[in-house]
Ligand binder design. Structure first.
Ligand code: NG1
Ligand code: ZN
Length: 532
């Protein structure tokens, strides 16, 4: 390729740690930041190839390690419509990252270009951003060095939340139809839709948002400037991005979801609304304390249930009774949420493998309005083209009430990030749903009661032997294990349990739920023993 010499020279400044094996997984590349420099340099090469393959469409590169500790970092590619990199290309990321020498690297680059029939004269366009981690600037330089070695045009968007970069990528590839491709354009689009949706709705009182001391803090502060206090007041906490050690430490969405408790130091008023973002602001969970002080979590499943209920009602009110509203979950969704959506809301639920790309794909292809959320709070709502057509012009409202509901739906398609799960967009969406239903957190929480559950991490010699089927709910290998798990589950009322290899950590995860907390714990430990 014309870039052989440039790649070879530039690569010498970003040497691969010898013998280290890298893999582009569900979350891209993620590890201790000091191991990442060569990987990110090579991701620059991959981003350029991907852009050329797609005729010069803009590709995004996000440098973040989300909810992981401050000393970690990571990198992910964003495809033109703001989606995760197409799965079949992940192997190229792995291939480039693992090339041991400069010779191996130029050869791998040439091989991928040949396999994908890349015309290296085509322009390559790449945009990138990073979260607030201290390792970010150095890694950005490695990325820039990779991009320039292969002649890519690039724009640095500096510090953004992950979903903001996804938004910008989608804007850049949508001829101005999705929005203005800038950080300010993002705030304006969300705030305009939000203010419209909150017109004539009673104020809810302030919402307190724990920003995990990550990039969500400064971003939410800027967003809040576009929203009058009378419409919604934000109480922003844990937004110290100048003390790296505080990032995701004893705060944030992952802490609250896994520990099922308040972030220490948070002052709470009973029945107030509290939310926590993760370190790159693509996940959110809500929670509150009752009058008696007990903690109640409103996780991704509760958000999905609220969203499905609200949107299902709105579609009917708009006279769009034939629109197919559905919910996509993973095996980690609480069984009580699935039962609520199917039996009380009478809406279909699909279950996919873990990893947002699977949920996103299912929601986009199976439903007109597809609500998808992981239990940990990552998710969004997708409106397909049929639905967008009906909402925008295809459906003639038959009454003023239908016209109003249609108008609401139109604003919701602007409020809800169509590219990826987005904590800031989800935050505003939840506030709208509660305001429209005139619900307090109590009423939202009361949609259903979570089944007690337990998640256990099991260290095993080789997690790759754990192969699953049925959306990861059943093991097909090692042989005989699933039968043992079934036997354990059979002993517990409302028991459900499964084991699968984590896609992001070197471990097997065991999930169990049952009628009581004690039983869920015992079931989880019994199944963990079977797996270990
Ligand atoms: P793994 O490590 O494959 O279980 C975790 C989360 C996923 C998803 C990914 C990507 C659980 C049980 N798993 O996946 O939901 O968020 O990380 O970040 O929470
Ligand atoms: Zn995240």
């Amino acid at each position: 390729t014309p870039f052989t010499d440039a790649i070879r020279t530039a690569s010498q400044a970003h040497v691969k740690p010898e013998g280290k094996k890298f893999s582009y997984g569900t979350a891209g590349f993620r590890m201790k930041a000091e191991l990442l420099e060569s990987v990110i340099f090579r991701v620059g090469l991959l981003a350029a190839i991907r852009s050329r393959k797609l005729g010069g469409k803009t590709i995004g590169v996000m440098i973040t390690a989300s909810h992981n500790p401050p000393e970690d970092n990571g990198v992910k590619l964003v495809d033109p419509m703001g989606e995760m990199l197409e799965g079949s290309w992940e192997k190229y990321g792995t291939q480039l990252a693992n090339a041991e020498t400069e010779d191996d690297l130029v050869e791998a680059f040439a091989q991928i270009c040949e396999e994908q029939k890349i015309n290296n004269e085509t322009a390559a366009n790449v945009v990138y951003a990073r979260d607030t981690r201290p390792s970010g600037p150095l890694l950005v330089r490695a990325l820039e060095s990779g991009l320039s070695a292969v002649g890519a045009n690039s724009v640095d968007y500096n510090i953004l939340t992950t979903p903001q970069l996804h938004y910008i990528v989608r804007c850049l590839n949508s001829d101005g139809l999705y929005g203005t491709p800038s950080e300010a354009g993002y705030y304006e689009k969300l705030a305009t839709a939000f203010i419209k949706l909150m017109e004539n709705k009673a104020a809810l009182g302030p919402v307190t948002v724990d920003c995990a001391n990550g990039v969500g803090g400064p971003s939410l502060r800027k967003l809040a400037e576009y929203i009058p206090k009378e419409v919604l007041e934000f109480n922003i906490v844990n937004d110290d991005v100048d003390s790296p050690a505080k990032l995701n430490h004893q705060c944030g969405a992952d802490f609250v979801k896994t520990q099922q408790k308040l972030p220490p130091g948070l002052e709470v008023t009973p029945l107030g609304r509290y939310a926590s973002l993760d370190g790159d602001a693509d996940r959110i969970v809500y929670y509150f304390t009752a009058q008696d002080g007990t903690f109640h979590l409103l996780d991704g499943d509760k958000i999905a249930s609220l969203a499905a209920s609200f949107l299902g009602d709105l579609a009917k009110a708009a006279g769009l009774g034939n629109i197919k509203v559905g919910v996509v979950q993973t095996a980690y969704a609480n069984g009580a949420s699935t039962a609520f959506i199917e039996k009380s809301l009478r809406l279909p639920v699909s279950v996919t493998a873990t990893g947002v790309k699977h949920l996103h794909h299912e929601a986009a292809t199976k439903y007109d309005i597809g609500v998808y959320f992981e239990a940990n709070g990552h998710g969004t709502v997708l409106f397909n083209s049929n639905c967008l057509y009906l909402i925008q012009k295809g459906h003639e409202p038959k009454s003023p009430a239908e016209a109003t509901a249609l108008e609401y739906l139109r604003s919701l398609t602007d409020l809800i990030n169509q590219a990826v799960g987005d904590a800031l967009s989800d935050l505003l969406f939840v506030e709208v749903a509660l305001a429209h239903k005139s619900w307090s957190v109590n009423e939202w929480s009361g949609l259903y009661t979570d089944l007690p559950n337990r998640l256990v991490r099991v260290e095993v010699e080789d997690r790759t032997i754990f192969q699953t089927t049925d959306a990861e709910r059943k093991l097909i290998s090692p042989p005989g294990i699933q039968e043992l798990i079934d036997a354990c589950v059979g002993k517990y009322k409302q028991g459900r349990s499964f084991a699968r290899a984590s896609g992001t950590e070197d471990a097997v995860r065991v999930y169990a739920e049952a009628a009581s907390k004690g039983e869920a714990d015992i079931l989880a430990y019994k199944v963990a023993e079977v797996v270990a």
